[in-house]
Design a protein. Structure first.
Lengths: 364, 288, 505
């Protein structure tokens, strides 16, 4: 493609999220000003911590990591034409599965334990995604409602099991006991090189980041360099063409939802193996739903998801900062995140309408 | 026994409001995942207005308005701009969560709950009755036959149903599809807003994330009740009963988690079985 | 009511659908409007019904010019249309569908009794037996059509337009419909019947209007009309695109359909007892007006549908459970009718479209991998080989012209040397130059031994390309003709059902 065309394609993809951000920041500024603070200094504060110190940036990356997983999950399913909003449930199941393996097989050596727990996390999420996928493929039941239902089922089941059967005694907030040593991942801040580059010893950023980056690369590779990816893209762009080409749309559907679920399930690695070293009841604060926002901002492209997750990571870390240092409550960031989603999808829709209209005019 | 029945009715009330609201939206063809968010803003608006003015009635009105406003946003974005209805719903839920938490600080100075809401109390027999069977509950129950009337016997209801089933046919007869859908969505906002008001006024507090998934249970009740008013009533009573039973019997062998999961499980089963028998409005979720 | 159309014209990008048409209609008569696919009949009636604005010309009712901005305007003036594809809401009752949009009210609520009465009055007057309270889901297709008719009667239609009404009816239901139509004209209403079935026309019409390629050819009175005469007017004497081709040298039988039956709905057969065979090295064409079973046969042979009766044999073996993947493996290639939705993924680039259905080819990558560079190499080779005019293989398929899109599909489907090519309307929407090269390509492949099953609504194309032509009418193979001994007039008679029941002397 000509360089001009490449640039134009880039612009097409980028201007909805950019304009959405601009609009959100504008509205946010209005609210901040109404509270009596200076918008510019507040926004500077949001990004300050992450941009001025290695420790701060590491925290941003850490906040972004689970969002990469859930964002990839939503994006993957979207590309195949399906709406997986069950990330919340799938990540619970993944985390729970990882914890189960660690609890059930405490004596395994590290070299076996970690991969097994990882696999369990992926499988837990995969199963939780495959069920609505199957119901859609076989019975035509829309996956949206089913995934929402299964979110609640996941929280309920894991919560029940934790509270009634696996709880560490005497705790206010129900959680399981610490996982065995072999399964624990430590933050980079604990290591020599981590501290050398300026990370605080308690910095939570850890190997899950590597996993997240690998996942981004893997999803990209799958979509661009494999037959399965080609088939998924075809299914998402034109189910009729997929059928005509002889693709097994049912199997593709279930596989797509399963992989999507697996990606969300990997949050379990971050949450259980690295961060808390245990399974905490109700630990997710909407990571699944934020994953939708990340996927939308990232236009369902793996690299876009990474960047969008990074942005949300900044916003999350920054929210704490402004909470401490200004009159602006951190909940404003939540409001802004929601506004961003709304504006992004509105802008994307308007953009594609304009493109369609221009095409019609050219044809006439 | 009576106590259990009354508890069921009370538990079912917000679900019934939201479920009936969702029915009007979806009968017109617009999925409203944002019921959860509308319940939340309704609850908050009722609490804030009551604290500010001391009148629960004004709180009710505020809840209604807040619900309609959020629904209007949903309608604008999905019906006119053409954004996917699910995405819009999810975004609005997030917005509602953030907004209410943010505004809690502004209005109440607290991140977790509001001050106690004084809704006033009536003396005598009537007063005692209204504690067990709040007026809003009675209103919700009355709304069931009213909704049936509106949906099945009025011009608006007929057109709404046609728009949700076969918008092209309706358009070919001169019916304004977008406008009709808008009314359905606004109605859902008003009803769910009232449901939210019940949440905070009945508990005498507004608590962070008060809706706690009830909007989704209402959606489940809507599907389970096959998009019909009496069906929604039956479903919400069923779901409410399960929750009330758990609380009342102090049954440790019936964990609350299971009870909470029941509506969702039942809905999934119903959905699979629903195909072939009764189905969702045919044009639900599609644009036009 | 006198309706006059004066100099009406309507164009769409690339085609003049209606060209300076002037007509007059009087009450109490049934006018048949006939013509081939694309003749402009539907478009003309859409102008009369206010669904489209004319580019030129005007419409006068009882001498006064009227402006029809929407169907509501037409309805208000007494014009009603019963569409080919029903506009009915399944979950409502019959009466509710009839009054929708114009509901009678009593005390704020819908006056059900008034609605029922209105439906019953019209039903009795015209013998449209129907229970007003019947839920739509319980009604047969014929009954559903009656609801559509009642809709227009309820709104006071004096001129009723019917668009291909018998396409979805059983023979018995068609009889009932004819009686209803006769009663309308008996009561002084005007009926315009759009149809391609000449047997119906000869039975019903007081006057027959013929259109061809957007132009009004002429009017024949019902009593004087004959099937041959009408067919000649519809089809005309066109200059044939005769591609240079030698005689076919067909080999052994490749594809056989035996007694194939397919049900579209209970009591309605989309295909009935269809049997024919195709040999290697021959082009077999299927002639027929759209909706007579062509799509179903194409879907059957390519594995998208399974027959309810009969069997399909390929290369001598029965193939009971054919699916698209299996069909491809057997060597059956498919150029689909709906090229943009089914044959291509518009938003993918040319290379990715050129491997659709062939993505497992080991030349593109091994063990599930797919290397874009190899895809692009393949694309470049095929683009050149098939003379595709594309500036950049990385452009999306959406940007190609219709002709180039079709060439892309052909390039892909022919690349693996299929034994049988199923081509549905391959040159529809394609410019003349591309048509020529596509035709030449098909003949070339035929001479190399490929079999072709060609569906086309262009009689001239069928005659130019095919060795044998089968005619589909009402789901049956009415005849299989030798292309050499046939001309457009004869084909026209066959596809309109005129020849079948012995209407021709």
């Amino acid at each position: 493609m000509s360089p001009r065309k490449i640039l134009s394609a880039f612009w097409q993809a980028l201007w909805p999220p950019l304009s959405a951000l601009a609009l959100t920041f504008a509205l946010g500024s209005a609210i901040i000003a109404a509270i009596g603070e200076n918008p510019l200094s507040v926004f500077a504060l949001i990004f300050r911590e992450g941009l001025t110190s290695a420790d701060g940036f590491a925290r941003v990356l850490n906040d972004a990591t689970p969002l990469v997983f859930t964002g990839l999950s939503v994006a993957y399913a979207f590309r195949a034409g399906y709406f997986n909003i069950g990330g919340e449930g799938q990540l619970y199941m993944g985390a729970f599965a990882a914890m189960l393996v660690a609890t059930a097989l405490p004596g395994l050596p590290r070299v076996l334990a970690l991969p097994l727990a990882l696999l369990a996390a992926a499988l837990g999420g995969a199963v939780w995604g495959a069920v609505p996928g199957y119901l859609r493929a076989r019975f035509g039941v829309h996956e949206v409602i089913n995934t929402i239902m299964m979110n609640f089922l996941a929280v309920g089941i894991t919560g029940y099991l934790v509270v009634h059967h696996m709880k560490e005694r005497g705790q206010m907030i129900p959680h399981t006991p610490l996982i065995p040593e072999a399964y624990r991942l430590e933050g980079f801040g604990r290591s020599g090189w981590g501290q050398a580059i300026g990370l605080d010893s308690a910095n939570p950023l850890g190997p899950s980041l590597v996993l997240a980056l690998l996942a981004v690369a893997a999803v990209w590779f799958l979509f661009r360099r494999t037959v399965e990816g080609y088939r998924l893209r075809t299914l998402g762009l034109s189910p009729a063409a997929a059928r005509y080409a002889g693709m097994s749309t049912r199997a593709l559907t279930v596989r797509a939802m399963a992989v999507s679920g697996a990606l969300a399930g990997l949050v379990g690695v971050h949450e259980v193996l690295l961060y808390r070293h245990r399974f905490l009841d109700n630990f997710s604060s909407g990571l699944g739903f934020l994953g939708i926002a990340v996927a939308l901002m990232g236009r369902n492209h793996p690299l876009g998801v990474l960047l969008a997750a990074l942005l949300f990571g900044f916003l999350n870390t920054g929210a704490l900062e402004i909470d401490i240092f200004t009159e602006v409550p951190r909940e404003l960031v939540m409001v802004m995140q929601a506004m961003v989603i709304l504006f992004v999808v509105a802008a994307s829709e308007l953009a594609s309408r304009r493109a369609k209209r221009r095409r019609k005019e050219e044809a006439a | 026994m009576i106590a259990l029945l009354l508890a069921t009715l009370r538990t079912a009330t917000p679900l019934l409001f939201a479920g009936l609201g969702g029915m009007f939206s979806e009968r017109g063809g617009v999925v409203n995942i944002a019921l959860e968010g509308i319940l939340l803003v309704g609850a908050f608006a009722a609490a804030a207005a009551t604290v500010l003015t001391g009148s629960a009635l004004i709180g009710l009105a505020a809840a209604l308005i807040a619900g309609v406003m959020l629904a209007a946003l949903h309608a604008l974005v999905t019906i006119w701009i053409g954004v996917d209805q699910i995405v819009s719903g999810v975004a609005l839920n997030l917005l509602a969560m953030g907004l209410t938490e943010f505004l809690m600080w502004v209005f109440f100075g607290s991140g977790s709950n509001s001050p106690r809401l004084e809704t006033g109390s009536m003396g005598g027999v009537l007063g005692r009755l209204f504690v067990e069977l709040p007026p809003l509950t009675l209103l919700a129950l009355a709304l069931v036959p009213l909704s049936a009337l509106l949906l099945f016997r009025t011009r608006f209801g007929l057109r709404l149903r046609s728009v949700g089933e076969h918008p092209e046919a309706a358009a070919s007869l001169g019916i304004r599809v977008k406008r009709t859908r808008l009314y359905g969505v606004l109605l859902s906002g008003a009803l769910a807003g009232l449901g939210g008001a019940f949440l905070s006024l009945n508990a005498h507090y507004f608590v962070k994330n008060m809706s706690a998934g009830r909007g989704f249970i209402a959606l489940a009740a809507l599907i389970f009740g096959k998009w019909k008013p009496w069906g929604v009533l039956a479903a919400t009573l069923l779901f409410g009963f399960a929750e009330a039973l758990q609380g009342h019997l102090h049954a440790p062998w019936l964990p609350i988690r299971f009870v909470q999961m029941l509506p969702y499980l039942l809905t999934m089963i119903a959905l699979v079985g629903v195909i072939g028998r009764s189905r969702a409005p045919a044009a639900l979720g599609k644009r036009t | 009511m006198k309706v006059r159309l004066e100099g009406l014209s309507k164009s769409f990008p690339g085609v003049r659908a209606v060209d300076q048409v002037s007509l007059e209609y009087e009450s109490g008569k049934l006018y048949a409007l006939v013509g081939e696919n694309g003749a402009g009949k539907s478009t003309l009636m859409k102008l009369l019904y206010g669904m489209l604005p004319p580019d030129e010309g005007r419409i006068l009712i009882d001498g006064a010019p009227v402006s029809l901005g929407s169907p509501q305007d037409a309805i208000a003036l007494g014009i009603g249309m019963v569409h080919q594809h029903f506009m009915l809401v399944d979950t409502l009752s019959a009466a509710e569908n009839v009054v929708l949009g114009a509901e009678p009210l009593k005390g704020g609520l819908i006056d059900r009794d008034a609605a029922r009465r209105a439906v019953r009055e019209n039903a009795e007057r015209f013998h449209l037996d129907l229970d007003p309270d019947a839920p739509m889901e319980s009604l047969s297709v014929g009954e559903a059509q009656r609801v559509e008719i009642l809709k227009v009667l309820y709104r006071g239609a004096e001129l009723l337009i019917f668009d291909e009404p018998t396409g979805v009816l059983t023979p018995q239901e068609s009889r009932f419909l004819f009686e209803i139509l006769r009663r309308f004209t008996g009561e002084g209403k005007t009926v315009i019947l759009i149809t391609h079935k000449l047997d119906e026309v000869l039975e019903l019409a007081d006057e027959v209007d013929v259109m061809r390629r957007g132009r009004y050819v002429g009017r024949v009175s019902g009593s004087e009309a004959s099937a041959e005469g009408l067919a000649r007017m519809m089809v005309g004497r066109e200059v044939l695109f005769r591609v240079e081709k030698g005689h076919a040298r067909p080999g052994d039988v490749l594809l056989e359909l035996e007694g194939i039956g397919l049900d579209a709905a209970p009591a309605r057969r989309a295909l009935e007892d269809v049997s024919f065979s195709i040999r290697r090295g021959e082009i077999f064409g299927v002639a027929g007006v759209e909706g007579n079973g062509q799509r179903e046969i194409a879907s059957l042979v390519t594995g998208m549908l399974a027959p309810d009766r009969g069997r399909l044999l390929f290369a001598g073996e029965v193939r009971p459970k054919l699916d698209p993947k299996g069909a491809r493996r057997l060597g059956i290639a498919h150029v689909p009718e709906d090229r943009q939705r089914t044959g291509l993924v518009l938003d993918m680039d040319l290379g990715e479209n050129l491997i659709l259905g062939q993505e497992e080819d080991p030349a593109l990558g091994s063990r599930g991998l797919l290397w874009p560079s190899r895809v692009q190499d393949l694309a470049a080779r095929r683009i050149e080989g098939f003379d595709l005019r594309a500036s950049d293989p990385r452009q999306s398929a959406r940007e190609l012209s219709g002709g180039n899109q079709q060439k892309l599909i052909l390039a892909r489907e022919l690349a693996r040397n299929p034994a049988l090519l199923v081509a549905s309307q391959p040159t529809r929407g394609v410019d003349v130059g591309a048509i020529e090269s596509i035709h030449r390509l098909l003949i070339e492949k035929r001479d190399a031994g490929m079999a072709v099953l060609l569906f086309s609504s262009e009689l001239s194309e069928l005659l130019a390309l095919c060795d044998r032509i089968g005619v589909l009418y009402r789901g049956r193979m009415a005849a299989v003709l030798d292309a050499a001994g046939c001309d457009e007039e004869e084909l026209g008679l066959w596809i309109t059902g005129a020849k079948e029941a012995g209407h021709v002397s």
